[in-house]
Design a protein around this ligand. Structure first.
Ligand SMILES: [Zn+2]
Length: 358
């Protein structure tokens, strides 16, 4: 049985919520009847009828139940985990072996547990995990055929760059909220093309930060202190890896704090960025072209699927933020390439890093 689409699974999750509301209302009705509160019971009864109208059609529910009962859990992820572990063990380079072992473990943690889910309401979350795990496995494979050290260094440099960029934007916005501006002047400035351009740029920076967060989730050890396995790793490599992990984790924290400060500044100016739903992005297999994302080429920088050059074909609505271009001998998200060229490359020398894409 094929997996339900994410939209279908989300409908299934909503259906499960409605069922719960029906149960709660039934319990209230029962209590009202027991207490001889007949008027209340009648009112709750009509409430129940209204809630039940939101339930999904029975045929659809039956197919979800089948899915849950059969636990149609894809065994391919288990096979992928074994293949990745083996690939990682066979690497000659001890640094790469240790770095990728962390990513393989993170991938394993993301894979949905074996066995059928306990209830319909678990289905959407499990599907998202599965989709993410598949994407993680592709990123690990891409990193293992390149240099794991370069992947981590590029991640660190990008996080530093995004924090700086967001800090500069926050300063810019702060000027606007200063007392020397009248409300009219502020309104005029907020309507200017320059300001609209800034907001658009912030939308792109938000997406870059999200992509970097996904890379960090895959390549950094998280709270796992014993992440670097010293077993068959040269001591110098293990030390270097720990240092890179710590540096990247610190930069990630700084970048996220910079984003929080920027959001606070925007809220103060009563400005909101265009709405955005990460789960619907092409990079994680959502939205238009979701099916193509599984086999789409990966961006050289963020290792997430990039829309094939030339787009998804005539007539399909596209996720403009995921378009790609050839650059430096690889495929890049256009905004990843812009971000690297404009904001990151200039910081490499300060960070003592060589350009991994030179
Ligand atoms: Zn990218």
């Amino acid at each position: 049985m094929p997996d339900p689409s994410l939209q279908e699974a989300q409908r299934c999750g909503r259906h499960a919520d409605v069922c719960q509301r029906v149960d709660e209302a039934e319990a209230r009705k029962k209590a009202a009847v027991l207490n001889d509160e007949l008027e209340a019971a009648i009112q709750i009864k009509s409430e129940i009828t209204a809630i039940k109208a939101e339930l999904a059609p029975e045929t659809e529910v039956a197919s979800w139940r089948d899915h849950v009962a059969n636990g149609a859990r894809d065994s391919s992820l288990r096979g992928t985990a074994e293949r990745l572990e083996q690939r990682c063990r066979c690497m000659d380079d001890s640094f790469g072996r240790a770095a990728l072992a962390v990513a393989v473990r993170n991938f394993g943690r993301c894979c949905p547990p074996a066995g059928p889910p306990k209830s319909l309401s678990e289905l959407p979350g499990l599907l998202l995990r599965k989709r993410r795990a598949e994407q993680m496995s592709r990123a690990v494979e891409a990193a293992s055929s390149g240099s794991a050290r370069r992947t981590l260094e590029a991640l660190t440099a990008c996080l530093r760059a995004v924090a700086r960029l967001l800090g500069a934007c926050t300063e810019h916005l702060r000027e606007l909220s200063g007392p020397e501006w009248s409300d009219e002047e502020r309104e005029e400035a907020a309507g200017s093309d320059e300001f609209k351009g800034l907001l658009q740029g912030l939308g792109a920076a938000r997406r870059i930060l999200w992509r970097l967060g996904l890379a960090a989730e895959l390549f950094l050890p998280g709270g796992d202190a014993a992440a670097v396995d010293d077993g068959d790793v040269a001591a110098a490599d293990a030390a270097k890896l720990r240092e890179l992990h710590a540096g990247a984790a610190q930069r990630l924290g700084e970048a996220r704090s910079a984003w929080a400060r920027l959001e606070a500044e925007l809220a103060g100016l009563r400005v909101t960025l265009a709405a955005w739903e990460p789960d619907e992005c092409f990079e994680v297999g959502g939205g238009p072209g979701a099916g193509q994302a599984r086999s789409a080429p990966l961006c050289a920088l963020c290792l997430l699927p990039a829309m094939p050059m030339g787009g998804l074909g005539a007539g399909s609505s596209e996720d403009g933020g995921a378009v790609s271009s050839l650059w430096k001998g690889g495929l890049w998200h256009v905004n990843c390439a812009n971000f690297w060229a404009r904001h990151t490359v200039g910081l490499l020398a300060d960070l003592g890093l060589a350009d991994p894409f030179a």
